[in-house]
Design a protein around this ligand. Structure first.
Ligand SMILES: NC(=O)c1ccc[n+]([C@@H]2O[C@H](COP(=O)([O-])OP(=O)(O)OC[C@H]3O[C@@H](n4cnc5c(N)ncnc54)[C@H](O)[C@@H]3O)[C@@H](O)[C@H]2O)c1
Length: 371
């Protein structure tokens, strides 16, 4: 197995887990160079993870030994950085969201296709043990025909803990762009693509007070919807609902994702994590039962999508956390706002392949397909 030689642009908060996993977990990846707008961050990360080169972004993109670049910059920089990566003739893999608007995301997927390069995007949590176990249960018929789903990401917002939370309430922020990709990649992997949707978006509060340090007491003017809901019509005929909200202050009792089938209901785990719990209740059963996870990667495996993309390049197959999936999710997120503004149903222009399930790393631990 060859190693894909990867450069990383953006050495902030999330880079640590990627660098750790690329060094220790994913044997088909080798990080060869780091870059950041703030050079000291790249230098510090290179020293910590034993990476030979820390440089400016241009130098990293010009390096002949860099085959792919991991874009871990902030969302508003994703488009420009990914475009520069592709224009430099390198494969790109980007943190979520693919871009902050559908048109820019579409340009990236088009550019990659025109150049014969791959573009992939987080989230890759749907490739983890929890959601892959759900996928196998659905594919093997444990809940029968999927007829519906609900997804909830409900919290009170990030101003109580994040040191600098204002960006969550500015364009490109809000609960759907921040957390929607986890839920949408999971739903598309479990049920398939969406053909149309109806959206509603609002905000309970126009101003928020920061209660975390060091900005305690500062006021944030809310410029984006903080409660975003949609009805999703899936290509296979199922109907789902999704609500993402920063307006829920008293907690919630909803499972993050519930999938309803003709023969049972599946409660999927938090799609912002790689593990479980996975709970199933078949028609006629008195209660939900927790099932063992049938796949590996229950721990924080960020980088799994990039490792899969490297394998896909080597084998000439489609990658799972591919640009087409991220673009479809991005169109759903933007489409919800368009529908909310117009009051009309939004017809999707993109579709995507349902990503292939992961290979079973170890034997499935639940019984064979039910009759
Ligand atoms: N922090 C998390 O827990 C988390 C979790 C999942 C996903 N993400 C995603 O990861 C991405 C990065 O988040 P983060 O928390 O690491 O942010 P961060 O602000 O901590 O780090 C981003 C880094 O990118 C650098 N940067 C910004 N623009 C750049 C440019 N044009 N060229 C080169 N470097 C540039 C910044 O200097 C900074 O060091 C975001 O898309 C976010 O949605 C973050």
């Amino acid at each position: 197995m060859g190693k894909l030689r990867v450069g990383v642009v953006g050495c902030g908060n999330i880079s640590a887990i990627y660098l750790k996993n690329c060094a220790k977990v994913f044997r088909n990846l080798e990080i060869v160079a780091l870059a950041d707008l703030v050079p000291e961050r790249a230098v510090a990360a290179a020293a910590e993870y034993g990476i030979a080169r820390a440089s400016g972004v241009d130098e990293l993109l010009a390096a002949g030994d860099v085959e792919a670049v991991l874009n871990l910059t902030v969302p508003r920089a994703h488009y420009e950085v990914s475009r520069a990566i592709l224009e430099a003739g390198k494969h790109a893999y980007c943190e979520k969201p693919l871009a902050v608007d559908f048109a820019s995301g579409g340009k990236l997927v088009e550019l990659a296709g025109a150049r014969g390069l791959r573009i992939g995007s987080a989230p890759d949590t749907f490739l983890g043990a929890g959601l892959q176990t759900c996928r196998k249960l659905i594919d093997d018929g444990w809940i029968g025909e999927v007829v519906g789903a609900s997804a909830f990401m409900l919290c009170g917002g990030h101003e109580s803990w994040h040191p600098d939370p204002a960006f969550y309430y500015k364009p490109g922020g809000g609960p759907m762009f921040d957390m929607g990709p986890y839920y949408l990649h999971a739903l598309i992997s479990l049920i398939g693509p969406v053909v149309s949707l109806s959206g509603r978006a609002g905000a309970a509060w126009k101003r928020r007070t920061i209660t975390s340090e060091p900005r305690y007491g500062e006021i944030i003017e809310v410029e984006v919807p903080t409660n975003v809901s949609a009805i999703l019509d899936f290509a296979g005929g199922a109907q789902g609902t999704i609500t993402t909200s920063f307006d829920v202050r008293g907690g919630t009792s909803h499972a993050p994702i519930e999938i309803y089938g003709s023969e049972g209901t599946l409660l999927a785990p938090d799609p912002n994590a790689f593990g479980g719990p996975v709970r199933l209740r078949r028609r006629g059963q008195a209660d939900f039962a927790e099932l063992p996870l049938a796949f590996g990667r229950a721990e924080n495996s960020r980088g799994l999508g990039l490792s899969d993309m490297a394998d896909a390049i080597e084998k000439g197959r489609p990658a799972r956390a591919a640009g087409e999936l991220a673009l479809h999710a991005l169109e759903i997120m933007e489409g919800i706002q368009v529908s909310s503004d117009s009051g009309a149903r939004y017809a999707m222009r993109t579709s995507c392949r349902r990503p292939e399930p992961m290979p079973l790393g170890e034997p499935a631990r639940f019984p064979d397909r039910p009759s």
